[in-house]
Structures are given as structure tokens and as C-alpha cells.
Design a protein around this ligand. Structure first.
Ligand code: IDP
Length: 161
């Protein structure tokens, strides 16, 4: 008989990933999407936008006091970003592994930052750092109607539900 989602805790976990302006300018959107797709995660939200400063101020509220805060906002408004919501088992933790250390100098080869960046202030991509943080960030960047909530046939192919 078909099993239910209850047998697979965390399967509906979601995280916010964003291709930052340098990633867009360097034509890395497809490469970054490819890495999440091939891992087996499900894309449930996607948009390209010029991020409003107000949104970024909320997104980076915990960094307000950092010396690099204003240059971070300048960087993040220097061009469009691609915001995405990815869903799947342990997607928050796995995304952080896919993305690599905040400082590209410490990011392992094979990670996105480890493969495509050299400096902490131009590190190509964002991924939420906790399940709680992800929920907050997703609600900042997306309205719930913009997110896909249907169970696609991919579930049966990836998770054997
Ligand atoms: P994270 O993006 O890996 O979660 P955070 O510490 O939350 O790392 O920092 C958010 C972003 O702020 C980083 O991705 C990076 O773009 C920028 N940032 C963090 N630390 C520095 C720094 O020391 N200098 C310049 N930019 C920084």
C-alpha cells in the first residue's frame, strides 16, 4: 500500500535560496538550479527581481550592526537576484552543504561558493541557515500563492512514497 508523508519526516521542509547579483551577472543561474535539481530537491517557487532595500533590510536584520552591512545592501541591490524556494528531506542542511562556507576561501571545492567565488563579499548565492530562518525568509520573499503546493509525480520517483 502507498505510504504517507508521515513516514518521511522533513520531506516537506523548505528553504530559501537566492542567486545574488554577481551570480546572475556571471550567468550562473542555470548552474545553481542544476545542482539543487540533480540532488533531488523540488523547486516550488522561483522569481527574478530587483530586491527592494526594505526587503533586504528585513532579510539581513541580524547583520545590521556589522561593519559590512551597508556594502552588503549595496551589493545585493547592484542587480537582479533570483529567489527560489526548494523543498525536500533536510533541504535546509543540505543546501548549506551545497552552497559551502560563507567565506569562499574556506568553501570546499565542489560547493557552489568553492567552485565559483573567491571573496566573502561576492559569494554568488544565499541559502537559509536554519529551518526557522527559512520559514521567515520564505515569507519575506514570497506570498503563499506564489508557491507550488501540489504533490508532483516526482515524489514517487525520488522518495518511493
Ligand atoms: P551566509 O550567507 O553564509 O549565511 P552570513 O554570515 O549570514 O552568511 O552573512 C550574510 C552575507 O553577508 C554573506 O553571504 C556575505 O555576502 C556577507 N558577508 C558576511 N560576512 C562578510 C564580511 O566579513 N565581509 C563582507 N561581506 C560579508
Amino acid at each position: 500500500s502507498r505510504s504517507s508523508n508521515a513516514d518521511f519526516p522533513g520531506i516537506k521542509e523548505r528553504t530559501l535560496v537566492a542567486v545574488k547579483p554577481d551570480g546572475v551577472q556571471r550567468r550562473l543561474i542555470g548552474e545553481i538550479i542544476k545542482r539543487f535539481e540533480q540532488r533531488g530537491f523540488r523547486l516550488v517557487g522561483l522569481k527574478m527581481l530587483q530586491a527592494p532595500e526594505k526587503l533586504l533590510a528585513q532579510h539581513y536584520v541580524l547583520l545590521q550592526k556589522k561593519p559590512f552591512y551597508s556594502s552588503l545592501l549595496h551589493y545585493m541591490t547592484s542587480g537582479p537576484v533570483v529567489a527560489m524556494v526548494w523543498e525536500g528531506h533536510n533541504v535546509v542542511r543540505s543546501s548549506r552543504m551545497l552552497v559551502g562556507d560563507t567565506d569562499p576561501a574556506g568553501a570546499a571545492p565542489g560547493t557552489i561558493r568553492g567552485d565559483f567565488s573567491v571573496h566573502i563579499s561576492r559569494n554568488v548565492v544565499h541559502a537559509s541557515d536554519s529551518v526557522q530562518g527559512a520559514e521567515k525568509e520564505i515569507s519575506l520573499w514570497f506570498q503563499s500563492a506564489e508557491l507550488i503546493d501540489l504533490e508532483g509525480c516526482d515524489h514517487s520517483n525520488i522518495y518511493h512514497l
